[in-house]
Design a protein around this ligand. Sequence first.
Ligand code: MG
Length: 474
Amino acid sequence: MGWNFRMWSAAWLQMVCLSIAVCSGWVQGQDTKPNIIVIFCDDLGWGDLGCFGNPVIRTPNLDRMASEGQKWTQFYVAAPVCTPSRAALMTGRYPIRNGMTSAKRAVLFPDSAGGLPSDEITLAEMLKDAGYATGMVGKWHLGHLPQYLPTAQGFDSYFGIPYSNDMDKTGGPGYLAEVRKDPSYYPQIEHYQVPLMRNTQIIERPADQNTLTRRYTEEAVGFIEQNAGRPFFLYLAHSMPHIPLFASKQFRGKSLRGLYGDVVEELDTSVGVVLDTLRELKLDRKTLVVFSSDNGPWLSFETHGGSAGPLRAGKGTTFEGGMRVPTLFWWPGKIQPGTKKDLGSTLDLMATFTAIAGGELPENRKLDSYDLSGVLFGDQESPRQEMFYWTNAQLHAVRRGPWKLHLRLREAVNYGKEVELAKPELYHVEQDISEKYNLADKRPQSVENLLKLADEHLLDIDPHDDMLAIPIPK
Ligand code: MG
């Protein structure tokens, strides 16, 4: 029997239907959703990487990541210390809105009973709803009690230390005193009884911090391999280079920068292993990787702290060195490579990830998040034009365009006492990256504009109850 016209048209119709089904399945299906990885370091300074101008520390993997992707030189965290900075990253909201900032305490401690409120929507929850496998490896620091752990905040799995690696200190010498005696001082794990957890269980205490970076990396690689066939979100939050500094044996004594350099070079190797894994699994062209840090360098630890490069001050302050962090975006074939001087913030990852994952933005709440995908994938300007510098439940400074106004200050040394300014100070942070030249008297109109912007922002804030200073009942 030959093909007649009716059979031809039936076959043709079938083919069209099949194509539509395949294409719409492809469009709507999970294959089109890119994987997302956030690699977040602790206390890594703006000036600590080769691609950000460090002349001594060797970071070939991060330098390659920068040249293949985008390097953002004016990228901010929303607080100059761990807990509130991470709360902003997770929620796209200033910590004053989600309870993770406090007049009494800078960060959560092992005796804190609070954590990021359950009704906050985290990146992991948003992406899980969009069909992603979600995993976290590393330092959490948004509450260590079961109801606040990553597994209660949208992550399918967790491996890491629930707070900072210098907590649960039991005896041993004063860290800074030892560093001052001998900059090559190497700490002992026994002096920090920090727990290493898998999901909600403690599996090691004290955590062997010598091998922490290597083990976090192995866990991250395992998660990527396990989820290679479906869209995944991995949050890899390294405990280093927060003090006490620890490195695997093969990295110790290798960097001209001393132990701090050894630690950063091991982190660089870790990034190389993660990116190589993506290349080997042929996932590199369908994975967005973001690299950043939670706050500036802990300068009071001298050579065991990092460098903010030309930026003023470091961790704990609202100067640029405290809140501007070295940030890279990488997605071969998708991101336009280059250096971006646009304003961006970890706050923006919520709106950006929502857009590229086809997720839904959290509703019924104020977000402080801008979608940066037009800068990453096109040649648009960043929708972020301003930044508010909060610390300890107070607005300390505000920036719009190149102008930054300090309303109140902390002394340039980390956790120094707060200084009430007699008059606000104005800096042009592009021409004067080190915040040296106060132009307030010469530019009264700029001062006025920024004071107005600060007032409008404060009126827009409905502070959450302080979740950070709740003690564990005795
Ligand atoms: Mg930190």
